[in-house]
Design a protein around this ligand. Structure first.
Ligand SMILES: [Zn+2]
Length: 342
């Protein structure tokens, strides 16, 4: 099959177009003919060797796949060749205590498609049968591929960890990113008033169009004061963040007494200074978060089908242009998802 092979760790040049044998589905697995695969910042971290640095090479990236079931492994029932599907990127053992309690992203054997196993920058991908869901009607393969990882990640933060309630003020940092585009919409769905930050007027405008009630340009060093002003001096009740060290103190200062912060990743650096007085004296709660239970893709896709959550696609490229897609991601050149058509 045709694929983009990652032959080394490093710059975009390590992504090379080539051919590898088409994988065969094992017991309980299905093979999906990939139609579209969305890019995530995780792909860049893996390519650079920041995430999963000991991964055997060559590797195939790609967490977010939409396609058509192409072959069934032994023992697979309830699925048919030809079914149009969205692939759930979280793979787990399915029988441990964590998995059985709906916390499969805490399973000791948890894997992310495209990070710990070959992903979708290819004509075909093999996944457990539990990982395919019917593609919502009315959604193109490109739009469908833009949903799973970012909406799952945002859902766990907004719904499961922060437990956002109607009428709360929610701050969504870096609104142009895939996770933030999803978090903004989910927070609105839950009745919050959303304040979104971004670094350019164009991105702030897009955030408004997606439903943000107020926007703040966080390239100014005292951006958090504007957030406090917008909330009458109170600060926000909950924050969705992944911006890292550079903005961390501002995030804490933008949060109301008793507020909650959930963060997934730390784009500008992992070594942040936490003003602990704010955390205990103002009784803040800080949640680390990554991915979500596979089960969460069911409500997400129902809301997508109803048009209440919308995948936002910023650029569509052919599979061969994966390296160019990484450039768009690394330079934060697009609002929304970069998707490769296969
Ligand atoms: Zn498990």
């Amino acid at each position: 099959m045709r694929a983009i092979l990652m032959n080394a760790r490093g710059g975009r040049e390590v992504l090379q177009y080539g051919e590898v044998p088409t994988p065969e589905p094992g017991p309980g697995e299905v093979r999906v003919r990939v139609k579209a695969v969305a890019l995530n910042h995780l792909d860049v971290w893996v390519r650079r060797g920041v995430a999963s640095p000991k991964l055997p090479l060559p590797h195939i990236l790609g967490c977010d796949v939409a396609g058509v079931v192409d072959a069934l492994g032994p023992g697979v029932t309830g699925l048919e060749v030809g079914l149009e599907v969205v692939v759930n990127p979280g793979v787990s053992c399915g029988r441990c205590e964590r998995c059985l309690s709906g916390q499969d992203n805490l399973c000791a054997d948890y894997q992310i498609l495209g990070e710990h196993r070959w992903g979708g920058y290819a004509e075909y991908v093999v996944v457990p049968a539990a990982n395919v869901l019917p593609k919502p009607e009315g959604l193109s393969f490109v739009e469908a591929a833009a949903v799973p990882l970012t909406f799952l990640t945002a859902w766990q933060m907004v719904v499961d960890k922060l437990q956002v309630r109607p009428g709360e003020d929610v701050l969504v940092m870096a609104a142009g990113s895939g996770v933030s585009v999803a978090a903004l919409q989910i927070a609105k769905l839950y009745g919050a008033r959303v304040i979104a930050t971004a670094s350019s007027e164009a991105k702030l405008e897009r955030a408004r169009a997606l439903g943000a009630d107020a926007v703040v340009n966080y390239s100014s060093p005292e951006w958090y004061k504007e957030v406090r002003r917008l909330t009458g001096g109170k600060g926000v009740d909950a924050v969705v963040d992944h911006t890292g060290a550079e903005f961390w103190q501002g995030v804490i200062k933008a949060t109301a007494n008793g507020g909650r912060i959930a963060f997934v990743g730390a784009s500008s650096g992992y070594e942040a200074v936490t003003p602990l007085a704010h955390v205990f004296y103002r009784q803040l709660t800080i949640y680390g978060s990554t991915m979500a239970s596979k089960s969460r893709l069911y409500p997400i896709l129902r809301f997508v089908r109803e048009g209440k959550l919308k995948p936002v696609v910023g650029a569509v490229l052919p599979l061969e242009a994966a390296a160019e897609g990484h450039r768009l991601l690394e330079e934060r050149a697009v609002f929304g998802k970069v998707v490769l058509e296969v």
